[in-house]
Design a protein around this ligand. Structure first.
Ligand code: AMP
Ligand code: MG
Length: 399
């Protein structure tokens, strides 16, 4: 049995570096950029009008002129007009190119237009006012976003504005989520008295959906030969196996022996933690990765959060997320195991206050309903006092 810290270190040490692929902009949110993004033109690409109004020469106003003959209208999306007579004006719309021979925009709110003449009642008109000058934000060729960044909605906006309908991103792993257990039936089935519906695999698929990763779900019966055949088939088209159940010491926990037949390099089996003690982790000769989570729903979820998510984070080139929570009420925990206690979280004076949730153990999925994270209490202590600080793992929908 290894420590929580050692288990995480080993999981991350066995995380492969992904290749890259081109993806459509519509599918890019949440992915990691694998290319630098350059400005293809100046930003903005022309002197852009920022208010609806009239474009004038500021000097003419400064000479005391207040009435300007309207010589035309410059709409957004129309090629640039040019003011022929410096004492005239052109009506201009937000987003239009600033007409030639003008250098200030007076908003409609500061003038009246009647019978083809605009009377300006502004107190001052400054050179360049209400104009977003060409190249102010970036010059053509500038790097706007560096590779390795996460593609946020703002990055999507930049990608669109520089014309990248497709973008190079880190490839996501292909993931199979497999339940095990002859007591399990599908969601749409009515279980017999001795059966239950599968919940773990749907919970994991939902988590991965939140990461914008599609998964495939499978079920393996509690029978070694059938397990072996099914896994061999699943591995043909998936790089990562998230397995739930069948890794403990029960008579029907066949996964360790089946995985050994598939030549798993077993990196560890069992972590000094509660819940999730029987978790196993290993790699296959072709570089594929296997996470074997214990089947109790809370254990599966906790192991996913504590080991798989950091693995995925690293796989996608993103920095590890670390946070500290303040224990809101004292608790004691005797076993010599790290205790990952589900907590609700609230921000108080800039600190994350973590309040333990009472549940009836790792089979109690309802105890996860209010949980926003896990507070990890170290194995070398028994009493944990309110106000003490411990590492906290935030769930994806945490705050
Ligand atoms: P195991 O790790 O296979 O011994 O399973 C431990 C407990 O988790 C048993 O009570 C199982 O019925 C339950 N369990 C296993 N897999 C699932 C699943 N996919 N959904 C819900 N409960 C499960
Ligand atoms: Mg089982």
């Amino acid at each position: 049995m290894i420590s929580v810290e050692e288990a995480l270190r080993l999981v991350l040490a066995h995380c492969p570096t992904p290749t890259t692929e081109f993806i459509l902009l519509a599918e890019a949110t949440g992915r990691t950029l694998a290319q630098d993004v350059f400005a293809d033109r100046d930003l903005p690409p022309f002197d852009r009008v920022t208010m609806d109004g009239i474009a004038v020469q500021a000097e003419i106003f400064q000479q005391g002129i207040r009435e300007f003959t309207v010589a035309g209208v410059q709409a957004a999306g129309a090629p640039a007009l040019s003011l022929q007579d410096s004492s005239h004006c052109l009506e201009v719309m937000t987003g239009a190119v600033l007409p030639g021979n003008t250098n200030a925009v007076v908003p409609y709110e500061q003038c009246d237009i009647k019978d083809g003449t605009a009377t300006v009642h502004a107190l001052e008109v400054r050179l360049g006012q209400n104009i977003h000058r060409q190249g102010t934000d970036a010059t053509a060729g500038d790097t706007l976003v560096k590779k390795g960044n996460s593609i946020t909605p703002a990055v999507v906006g930049i990608l669109a504005s520089v014309g990248l309908a497709e973008v190079e991103a880190l490839r996501q792993p292909t993931i199979a989520i497999c339940s095990t257990g002859d007591e399990l039936v599908d969601v749409d089935q009515t279980p017999l008295p001795h059966q239950i519906r599968k919940s773990n695999v749907h919970m994991l698929a939902a988590e991965l959906q939140a990461e914008n990763i599609k998964t495939n779900l499978f079920h393996l019966p509690d029978e070694p030969e059938a397990m072996f055949t099914a896994l061999r088939e699943i591995l043909k088209s998936h790089e990562v196996l998230l397995l739930s159940g069948a890794v403990s010491k029960g008579k029907f926990d066949f996964l360790p022996q089946v995985l050994a037949r598939l030549q798993l390099n077993l990196v560890f089996h069992s972590i000094a933690q509660k819940p999730g003690k029987p978790m196993l982790f290993g790699t296959l000769p072709d570089g594929k990765t296997v996470f074997g989570f214990p089947g109790n729903p809370v254990s599966t979820f906790v192991c996913y959060q504590l080991y798989f998510r950091p693995w995925l984070q690293q796989h996608q080139g993103l920095p590890a997320k670390k946070a500290t929570g303040v224990l809101a009420e004292s608790i004691s925990f005797k076993p010599n195991l790290t205790y990952h206690v589900p907590v609700t979280l609230s921000l108080e004076n800039g600190m994350l206050n973590a309040r333990p949730i009472q549940g009836s153990g790792s089979g109690d999925l309802t105890s996860l309903l209010p949980a926003q994270g896990l507070l990890s209490l170290p194995s070398d202590k028994v009493e944990f006092l309110a106000g003490e600080r411990f590492p906290v793992t935030l769930f994806s929908f945490a705050l």
